[in-house]
Write a protein that binds this ligand. Structure first.
Ligand SMILES: NC(=O)c1ccc[n+]([C@@H]2O[C@H](COP(=O)([O-])OP(=O)(O)OC[C@H]3O[C@@H](n4cnc5c(N)ncnc54)[C@H](O)[C@@H]3O)[C@@H](O)[C@H]2O)c1
Length: 313
């Protein structure tokens, strides 16, 4: 499906910034939609980018934006993206991740959108799975409000788009990492560790460091999003098929950065998962997608980005 215009929600965020840059480079006319200002500078409007400050919980504003933009493809990334926050403030999470998504879907149907790409989660959808890697066929059983909201949103989208002209693709990524991830949040261990190590600050691991996640580099996830928008309509996990422990992340970054302070440990946080990694077999089959950036190379790129930013002050 040739794509000429796209609306990217969550455009001011980590993944959104990378996706917007890629779509513009591909010659797509992009409109960004986010409640917050971008954390890093965005392309000028003449580069084919319009940026809207809208909260997805504001149904009227979402509807007007969608009807004025009439994009071919919507990439819905805007989310309350923290597991910890979702456990502390479930209603905030549900308002953005479920109700906001439903409002966007209704506006998409009304404005003639052809493809809706929903960025869900792979890491938070299956709780603590007894079998790894997880596949799309396995029973989803989230252990956090965040995971439950993403699963509910997937299901509402499927119901709302049935018998309409909007086709739905869902991407379910593992733990995304890479340059420009927010190092101040509660998620994004590679970004948090990188910045703290480069500043010589102490760091804390929640749990004993043995918990394993599937870390997937941001440009690989962007590749999959582009395929999800242009290729077959499908629901696919995005992972490397391998788990990496938090301690391994710590040790690899410490080696790359030359960090020597001892790590501190704190109790596990509610909703955190002990062990998960994801099969990419269906993404390979549906979109020809396979992760291309190794963990070592991706972490080196991420450290280089944070190092350059620290040097700028
Ligand atoms: N980072 C990961 O490891 C990861 C893993 C799997 C899935 N995801 C999903 O990928 C997407 C992007 O995540 P990210 O890491 O870039 O997070 P992020 O926090 O950097 O970006 C999310 C963006 O959504 C915006 N937003 C939040 N609430 C909003 C609202 N009510 N209205 C409008 N905008 C709102 C924020 O301002 C932010 O710019 C999210 O849907 C997230 O759930 C992320």
């Amino acid at each position: 499906m040739p794509e000429r215009t796209a609306l990217v929600t969550g455009s001011s965020g980590f993944l959104g910034g990378h996706l917007v840059a890629r779509l513009i480079a591909d010659g797509v006319d992009v409109t960004g939609l986010d409640a917050a200002e971008p954390r890093s500078p965005r392309p000028a409007p003449e580069a084919g980018f319009r940026d809207l400050r809208i909260d997805v919980r504001d149904a009227a504003a979402v509807r007007v934006a969608m009807l004025e933009t009439r994009p071919d493809v919507v990439y819905h990334l805007a989310a309350q993206a923290s597991v910890s926050v979702s456990m502390r403030e479930p209603l905030t999470d549900i308002e953005t991740n479920v109700i906001g998504t439903v409002q966007l879907a209704r506006a998409a149907i009304e404005s003639g959108v052809r493809r809706f790409v929903f960025v869900s989660t792979g890491g938070a959808l299956y709780g603590n799975p007894s079998v790894v890697p997880v596949t799309e066929e396995m029973h989803a059983a989230p252990a956090s409000v965040y995971g439950a909201s993403k699963l509910a949103a997937e299901q509402y989208l499927a119901v709302l788009f049935a018998d309409t002209d909007v086709s739905l693709s869902v991407v379910r990524p593992g733990n995304i990492y890479g340059p420009a991830q927010d190092p101040h949040g509660e998620a994004g261990v590679v970004a948090i560790f990188s910045q703290r190590m480069l500043r010589g600050e102490p760091l804390t691991i929640f749990g004993d460091g043995s918990q394993q996640r599937d870390y997937v580099y941001v440009t690989d996830v962007v590749d999959a999003c582009v395929q999800a928008g242009a290729g077959a309509a499908a629901t696919c996990l995005l992972g490397t098929g391998a788990g990496t422990s938090t301690l391994t992340i710590f040790e690899t970054l410490a080696r790359l950065i030359g960090y020597t302070l001892p790590v501190r440990y704190a109790p596990d946080r509610p909703g955190d998962i002990q062990r998960i990694w994801l099969s990419a077999a269906r993404a390979q089959q549906a979109w020809g997608w396979t992760p291309r950036v190794s963990l070592e190379a991706g972490m080196a790129e991420t450290v280089a980005w944070f190092r350059a930013r620290e040097a700028q002050g």
